[in-house]
Design a binder for this molecule. Structure first.
Ligand SMILES: [Zn+2]
Ligand SMILES: [Zn+2]
Length: 210
C-alpha cells in the first residue's frame, strides 16, 4: 500500500495493492497523483476501482481525469453517489471553493458489507450521509476518509448531510473492530493502537455536549 499526500489542506489518496488494485480518493491534483502512482511501478490501466470515501470536492475533484486515465470503475456509497455523479455544488461543497468541479459518473453504488478486494465497506454517516470507511479485518487497517483523523479529531458535521449524532453512532460501530492502523483522509495516519484513537474521539464528542 502506498500513501500519498499532496498538501495538508488536500485529501490523502491511498493505493491498495492486493487482489484488486484500488485507488481511494482522487484529491485535487490529478497530475501529481498519476506521477506518484506510476513512480511505484503501477500503470494507470492496472487500477480496478477508484473509491470515494464521500462526496466532498477535495476527495473527488480528480475523478474525471483519473477515471479517463485508468478506465476504472468509480465506486461510492449509494447515499453520496448522486452528489458525486452530478457534481452537486451544495453536497460536494464545491460552490464555495471549486466551482469548476467536473462530474464523473459513479459506476458502482456501494452499501454496508460490500467487498472490494481485501477491504469491506463500512457505512459511517455523520460527516456526510454516504461516508464510508474501508476495513481490512485481517490486518486491522481502516481507511477513514473524513470520519476520523489522528489524535481523536473527527470530520465536520455542519455541512449538508452532516449529523453529529450519526457520527457518534458510526464511531461506536468502528470501536468494536480490532484495529491497529487508521489511514485518514487528511494529515498523518495512526500507525498503532487505533482503537484508542476512536475512544479519544468519542470522549471529545461527548465532552462537546457539556
Ligand atoms: Zn469531507
Ligand atoms: Zn476532506
Amino acid at each position: 500500500m502506498f500513501f500519498g499526500r499532496n498538501s495538508p489542506i488536500e485529501s490523502n489518496s491511498y493505493l491498495i495493492l492486493g487482489d484488486k488494485i484500488i485507488l481511494v480518493d482522487t484529491g485535487m491534483r490529478a497530475e501529481t497523483l498519476i506521477e506518484n502512482i506510476e513512480s511505484v511501478g503501477i500503470k494507470m490501466s492496472d487500477i480496478d476501482f477508484i473509491v470515494n470515501t464521500h462526496c466532498h470536492f477535495d476527495h473527488i475533484r480528480s475523478n474525471k481525469i483519473l477515471k479517463d486515465a485508468a478506465r476504472a470503475k468509480i465506486a461510492a456509497h449509494k447515499e453520496d453517489e448522486p452528489y458525486i455523479s452530478k457534481a452537486d455544488p451544495d453536497y460536494t461543497v464545491s460552490k464555495y471553493l471549486a466551482n469548476n468541479l467536473k462530474a464523473a459518473k459513479v459506476d458502482l453504488a456501494l452499501k454496508e458489507g460490500d467487498k472490494l478486494g481485501d477491504f469491506e465497506v463500512i457505512h459511517t454517516p455523520g460527516h456526510t450521509k454516504g461516508s464510508i470507511c474501508l476495513l481490512n479485518r485481517a490486518q486491522g487497517i481502516l481507511i477513514t476518509g473524513d470520519t476520523i483523523f489522528a489524535q481523536g479529531f473527527t470530520g465536520r458535521t455542519d455541512l449538508p448531510g452532516g449529523s453529529q449524532e450519526q457520527l457518534k453512532t458510526s464511531l461506536k460501530k468502528l470501536e468494536k473492530f480490532d484495529l491497529e492502523k487508521i489511514l485518514p483522509g487528511h494529515e498523518q495516519p495512526v500507525l498503532k493502537n487505533a482503537n484508542q484513537n476512536i475512544e479519544n474521539a468519542l470522549l471529545i464528542l461527548e465532552s462537546a455536549y457539556l
